[in-house]
Design a protein around this ligand. Structure first.
Ligand code: IMP
Length: 439
């Protein structure tokens, strides 16, 4: 039997609950792969370990940032693809934290692409300086994602496999260090980062990391030839995509399933592929940038507290908005998901009436047909809100479609319509692994 692919892609601003979805789907997967982004992602998963060697049967809560969520399943292999950027110190800390919870991470369960790019102390220093300055702050997660991808694009980056050759690395870091240190000194009046500090960080970590390095594309294609089910765990969300999202209030990588070939060397055309768009039942975003259908602060505050809408990586409060059909159509047209996973539907219980944003209206009364590309155009947009029925029944933990009140069913139907009729495959009704409706 040929192998197959499932891609899980965030359809809004990240934080849609992809971690839980990937964790759930991983039950039926052989491999889970990260192919984009870096430690800016944060997937929190709650579960009770059922594998005897892993624990006591007590509930465990784990947040992964760089490691694929499949790391929490004993029989699943995990891959960090070449499209991911990561810091050696941060990855080792994450591995240690997870091991402390009794979960083993061995070479047969983790491959890190030789070609993935490393976040170095100089990238971190540059991002810290930028974010500390009100004139250059852009509200990032301060994981140095931008500077690392910038060096990758400048072709002055360091790749994981380079760590096998320390003299080569010492030579190669000269240019990015010289350039970054000049910016640190002249623009930000900050101390330079020494070559010894960078090399020290790399030398301290490389011994423990090198055993995990390999050619992930070779490994994944061989596994697919042998019939594996490979699950691609997208990071962030479509509206943060560097090309399709709201530029410049976006991240530095591609978010769509199109990034899988670049970021892990696997063709989504060759293998039978299922592409799931993960959609939160309302909108949220952290950091600055447009959220056209933002909820009034009072409601936002209430929902943020009841739904614990705080960033998994930075702990920042998430801004909340009504479900936005303009964003839905934007995603549906470009990604063409084979199905949807709706998350956090249970959080909307008690908000009645609900509102949905059915379109935008500009100051001049125009209604854009497509999601505006530029910030000046977005600045002119106001949401057109429509009231829909809410529900008061507690649906937390519902496992059957029939357990949803009629108004919740209608709301789900409306989401599917907004995504150009994409079928809803799953509805998540709570944070636990089994709080999910499969359709
Ligand atoms: P960066 O990716 O850390 O450079 O941050 C750029 C923008 O993307 C900021 O607005 C972040 O808040 C946002 N962002 C990056 N990763 C995530 C994520 O996983 N969830 C939500 N927002 C994110």
């Amino acid at each position: 039997m040929p192998g197959r692919i499932t891609a899980v892609i965030g359809a809004q601003f990240g934080d849609e609950g992809k971690g839980k979805v990937v964790d759930f789907l991983a039950e039926d997967a052989d491999v889970v792969v990260r192919f984009n982004g870096g430690a800016n992602a944060g997937h929190t998963i709650k579960f009770v370990p059922t594998f005897a060697a892993w624990g006591t049967g007590q509930p465990v809560e784990v947040t992964t940032h760089i490691l694929p969520s499949g790391i929490l399943r004993p029989n699943v292999a995990n891959v960090i693809g070449r499209g991911v950027v990561w810091s050696p110190r941060a990855l080792l800390k994450e591995m240690d934290d997870i091991r402390e919870k009794g979960i083993s991470i061995t070479r047969d369960r983790l491959i890190i692409s030789d070609a993935s790019h490393l976040t170095l102390p100089c990238h971190e220093a540059l991002e810290r300086a930028r974010e500390a300055n009100p004139n250059t702050k852009s509200d990032t997660t301060v994981r140095a994602i931008g500077p690392t991808y910038a060096d990758k694009a400048h072709r002055t980056g360091i790749r994981a496999g380079d760590l096998r050759h320390l003299e080569y690395v010492r030579e190669r870091i000269r240019q990015p260090l010289t350039e970054i240190n000049a910016v640190l000194a002249i623009v930000y009046d900050r101390e330079p980062v020494s070559s010894d500090a960078v090399m020290g960080a790399l030398e301290e970590c490389r011994g423990r990391l090198i055993p995990f390095f390999g050619d992930e594309a070779e490994d994944l294609n061989n596994k697919l030839e042998a019939g594996a089910h490979v699950l691609f765990e997208g990071a962030q969300g479509f509206m943060l995509d560097i090309d399709h999202g709201i530029y410049p209030d976006c991240t530095s990588s591609s978010i769509t399933d199109g990034a899988i070939q670049a970021g892990a060397g696997v063709s989504t055309r060759h293998w039978p592929a299922r592409v799931l768009g993960v959609v939160k039942a309302y909108a949220s975003r952290v950091g600055k940038g447009h959220l056209v259908a933002e909820m009034p602060e009072e409601l936002s505050h209430k929902l943020r507290e009841s739904a614990q809408e705080y960033g998994a990586t930075t702990g920042r409060p998430r801004r909340l908005g009504w479900f936005d059909c303009m964003i839905a159509r934007h995603f549906a047209q470009r990604v063409r998901p084979t199905g949807l996973v709706i998350t956090r539907l249970d959080n909307l219980t008690g908000i009645d009436p609900l509102k949905i944003c059915v379109g935008y209206r500009t100051d001049t009364g125009m209604m854009p047909r497509f999601f505006p590309t530029t910030v000046p155009e977005l600045n002119q947009c106001q949401p057109i809100l429509k009231e829909v029925d809410g529900w008061s029944e507690d649906i937390r933990g519902a496992k059957e479609w029939s357990q949803l009140p009629k108004a919740a069913q209608a709301y789900v139907g409306m989401i599917s319509d907004a995504y150009c009729g994409a079928p809803v495959n799953f509805i998540s009704t709570g944070p636990e692994r089994d709080q999910i409706i499969a359709l």
